[in-house]
Design a protein around this ligand. Structure first.
Ligand SMILES: [Ca+2]
Ligand SMILES: [Ca+2]
Ligand SMILES: [Ca+2]
Ligand SMILES: [Ca+2]
Length: 512
């Protein structure tokens, strides 16, 4: 899915191009800054009218979803990640569901569940049958190589990276082929995933973490980051297992050839400047934020900086080659408190232009803030994006409703939900299984975005969980053709469903 992944408990805490010359920062079709400013002012004065157009507080209970697709077995932790796109080439969206805890029948009971299972991904063709309610009817199931691999921690459908069409990339960050928790990424070019059940080691291309503990494949994303028309693959390796690395993100330029290779051969490595910064906890295409027509990279590092302030780095495409350091990013976005952990960069996403000024905008999630109560905070950072950006000086922020709700991370995705040409935002805050905390929700915030601190309880739509502990919102993605509102829907992962047991599942909601 476009956007970013949530993070795992036990990661310490846990959570995304070559420099262009000056003058490249010109948004398409906006050569008159003065008139753009006027337009922005008009937008601001229209806030009231816009709010009249949508119910500002529409709650959609999970029971009202068009589909509740349950995991195949208890402890599968299905829905930890999602991918949406036309994988099977029939011009309808297909749904790929990562189940990090999944086991095979030959595995023992203790080789099942988060951190223990080999993991799997389930491919569901769209449009779905009306009575679709379980992942056990998946057309394709690809399982991790051995118990403990955690396959499905991340999935991405990457266009044109290994031939024309969408390739399926699956991350298994605890795979041990190159040492404990070195991680692996399995890439299936278009048409190569077959049907039925198979092992991920049937992937035509396997990319291995270069050394133990790097956790390659913890996050994944695609884009065309050098502008050559072929898709490129971003692999997050937050590398916190040993604490000896900053964490990195690897960038590989397509077209990718089959084989088994080490990510140590990746042409670009995005790295922090010290240990234990969790660079690569989240990765995404930022879209073209620099306005030159080439996709730009965004990498989150929730423990970045001397005070583990957290941050996200944007590198403009073409990203070039070699080691790219966070501090030398084209735009470096830093947590909103300078001397304390904020978890900024636990989730990142490129947005469509949210304010109509011609510049693409991005969203950065902070999972510890504010005041370490783990409510979660989302900043919409408006372009033009370059230089150092302090989130504390970014106007407006969206604050989560419930303390401790981002222990299971956060997910973000950009999409023009109301199809008015301006970018909107999906936020997932999966919550905790604690008595009295009805946490775990997904939110749709339809622009405009406020310039003042606001609560996510004021989102245009809230998707509410069934019971406590389903971790609704651990992943999410817009999806087409799966609901009664055929053009518009939202798939939301709930890996703890039901009630923290962790069978997991995915809800597909129509746009209300
Ligand atoms: Ca490319
Ligand atoms: Ca660009
Ligand atoms: Ca903008
Ligand atoms: Ca919109």
């Amino acid at each position: 899915m476009p956007g970013s992944k949530s993070w795992a408990l036990g990661c310490g805490i846990g959570l995304i191009g070559a420099a262009l010359g000056t003058g490249c920062l010109q948004p398409p079709g906006s050569d008159d800054d003065a008139s753009d400013d006027d337009a922005a002012d008009d937008d601001a004065s229209d806030d009231d009218a816009a709010d009249d157009d949508v119910d500002p507080d529409l709650d959609v209970p999970a029971e009202d979803a068009d589909h509740r697709i349950e995991g195949e077995a208890s402890f599968d932790v299905a829905g930890w990640s999602l991918g949406v796109g036309d994988l099977l080439g029939d011009e309808t969206d297909d749904l790929v569901v990562g189940a990090v805890g999944a086991a095979l029948p030959t595995d023992t009971p203790d080789q099942h569940g988060y951190g223990y299972g080999r993991g799997a991904v389930f491919v569901l063709p769209g449009p779905p049958p009306h009575d679709l309610d379980s992942l056990d009817v998946a057309a394709v199931v690809l399982s991790g190589e051995v118990p403990g691999d955690g396959a499905g921690m991340a999935v991405a459908l990457v266009p044109d990276v290994a031939g024309p069409g969408l390739s399926l990339a699956v991350g298994a960050p605890h795979n041990g082929r190159n040492g404990p928790w070195a991680g692996a990424v399995y890439v299936f070019p278009p048409g190569s995933a077959g049907s039925g059940r198979a092992s991920l080691d049937t992937a035509p291309l396997i990319l291995l973490g270069p050394s133990e503990g790097v956790q390659a494949g913890y996050s994944l994303a695609g884009g065309d980051f050098d502008g050559d028309g072929a898709g490129d693959l971003l692999v997050g390796a937050p590398g916190d297992a040993l604490g000896t690395s900053s964490g990195v993100a690897f960038l590989l330029y397509g077209p990718l050839e089959p084989g088994v290779r080490s990510l140590g051969e990746a042409p670009v490595v995005i790295a922090g400047e010290g240990t234990f910064q969790m660079v690569g906890h989240a990765v995404a295409s930022a879209g073209d934020v620099s306005g030159d027509g080439i996709d730009d990279v965004i990498v989150g590092a929730p423990d970045y900086g001397e005070s583990t302030r957290g941050g996200a780095a944007i590198f403009f495409g073409p990203v070039g080659a070699g080691i790219r350091e966070f501090r030398n990013a084209d735009a470096l976005i830093l947590g909103d408190v300078a001397d304390a952990p904020t978890g900024a960069g636990c989730a990142v996403a490129g947005l469509d232009d949210v304010d109509g000024d011609g510049w693409k905008d991005v969203a950065v999630g902070s999972c510890y803030a504010p005041g370490y109560s783990y409510t979660g905070v989302v900043h919409v950072v408006r372009g033009p994006l370059d230089g150092e950006i302090d989130l504390g000086e970014v106007p407006g922020r969206l604050v989560g409703e419930t303390p401790s709700a981002t222990f299971q991370g956060m997910s973000l995705a950009g999409h023009d939900l109301d199809e008015d040409g301006l970018g909107d935002l999906l936020v997932g805050i999966p919550g905790v299984a604690a008595p009295g905390l009805d946490a775990g929700s997904a939110y749709a915030w339809v622009g405009p975005f406020p310039d003042v601190e606001s609560s996510l309880s004021d989102a245009d739509v809230r998707f509410r969980p069934e019971g406590v502990g389903s971790w609704l919102g651990a992943s999410l993605a817009p999806i087409r053709g799966w609901t009664d509102t055929a053009a518009r829907g939202v798939a939301v992962g709930a890996p703890g469903y039901p009630d923290g047991v962790g069978r997991g599942g995915v809800y597909v909601f129509g746009w209300p």
